[in-house]
Design a protein around this ligand. Structure first.
Ligand code: ADP
Ligand code: MG
Length: 356
């Protein structure tokens, strides 16, 4: 009959290295980001020749390899040389100058940070770094609440490259003039992956993660198409993993279209953007945007105020960024007019995962 020939044995798995689907798993090579990585390296290179490096402002939508690209470059640098101190800070977790300087000290190997003041900690870090040179990467930098750490680094570290990384191009406009005029960064845009590139990336990752041959061709194509639809590799990796788990739960040796569909209906929750969970003020802002599609951020703020909104403009901007981070809205930076640069805001219209 062969009823069970097709099933997995109790100790068998479709995965050969499930870790490869983790968001922070770093593939050895980052396909389609080679140019960006070479450019990053070029900005660091002067440090290796005893000069100061170039600063870089990196921006682009969420989930398209900014963090992966910089972490790979920094890891490569650390493997190449001991002459450069390498510091990577995620500003979502460390969002004040004080927290950042503690993190810097710890990454430099200085452990006695307790009960020390910000200035003292900076002096310690400076003394260590200025014996050599340093590369700083401040990821998700739009989450920082003050710019003192940047000012101090710019002024007091002699030889350095500073990477500032964010999903929001416009954030640079908010940086203090005294910082911005000294930073003079190169701008580097990360563009969205095409559907074909998304397919290629997911294929590579699944080759690491799964036993060869377990994916049926059209099943994989469906998973990759969904990742392209939601424009997020991170989400795509999640779909791959869930599909594998669903197939395993059916003791199947193959991952078929049906299992992918089942995984998609399960993960819809995960990707669903539910306005219900938003804070009240964010909901109000989202409603205003829905009624004012394609308008400038300043105009939307005016409507918000007219409706009794009380947040100051800076707070309003933060909320806009939060809505964009969570894919409720899309922001686009445009130039022109009398105002220089401004931001256009639209409701994000991504396909639903379970639309087939
Ligand atoms: N070109 C790529 N090749 C392989 N994996 C990628 C690529 N781009 C993104 N990823 C993966 O997608 C996920 C999201 O990438 P990440 O760098 O965190 O995005 P961002 O920082 O732009 O929000 C990570 O798991 C990352 O490893
Ligand atoms: Mg990131």
């Amino acid at each position: 009959m062969g009823l069970f020939n097709d099933s997995l044995g109790a100790s068998e798995s479709l995965f050969r290295n499930e870790l490869a689907l983790d968001y922070d798993f770093l593939p050895k090579l980052l396909p389609y980001r080679e140019n960006e990585q070479f450019k990053m390296a070029a900005c660091i290179k002067p440090l290796l020749q005893g000069r100061t490096g170039k600063n870089v402002f990196i921006y682009g939508a969420p989930g398209i390899g900014k963090t992966a690209a910089i972490r790979f470059v920094l890891r490569d640098l650390e493997e190449e040389t001991d002459e450069v101190e390498v510091i990577y800070v995620n500003c979502w977790q460390k969002n004040t100058t004080y927290k950042i300087v503690i993190e810097i000290c710890e990454q430099l190997g200085y452990k006695f940070t307790q009960n020390k003041k910000t200035e003292d900690l900076f002096r310690i870090a400076k003394d260590i770094i200025n014996k050599k040179c340093a590369v700083f990467a401040f990821d998700e930098v739009d989450k920082v609440e003050d710019f003192d750490f940047l000012y101090t680094i710019i002024e007091e570290i002699f030889k350095k490259t500073i990477f500032l990384i964010t999903n929001f191009k416009d954030w640079l406009n908010e940086v203090d003039m005294r910082v911005k005029s000294r930073l003079i960064p190169e701008l580097m845009e990360f563009r969205q992956y095409s559907a074909q590139e998304t397919f290629g990336i997911m294929k590579k990752r699944s080759d690491f993660a799964f036993v060869p041959g377990v994916w049926e061709t059209d099943a994989f194509a469906l998973a990759a198409q969904k990742a392209a639809d939601i424009r997020d590799i991170r989400g795509g990796l999640h779909i791959l993993r869930e599909s594998g788990l669903v197939a395993e739960s059916h003791s199947s040796k193959k991952i078929t279209v049906d299992y992918v569909k089942e995984a998609l209906s399960k993960t819809e929750q995960f990707f669903a953007r539910k306005p219900d969970n938003l804070e009240e003020d964010m909901k109000i802002i989202l409603d205003i945007i829905a009624e004012n599609e394609g308008k400038k951020i300043g105009d939307i703020y005016k409507v918000y105020q007219a409706k009794g909104g009380s947040a100051i403009y800076k707070t309003f901007q933060r909320r806009i960024r939060k809505l964009a981070d969570n894919r409720f809205i899309e922001t686009k930076s445009i130039s022109g007019g009398t105002e220089g640069r401004t931001t256009i805001i639209n409701i994000c219209k991504l396909k639903k995962l379970t639309d087939f």
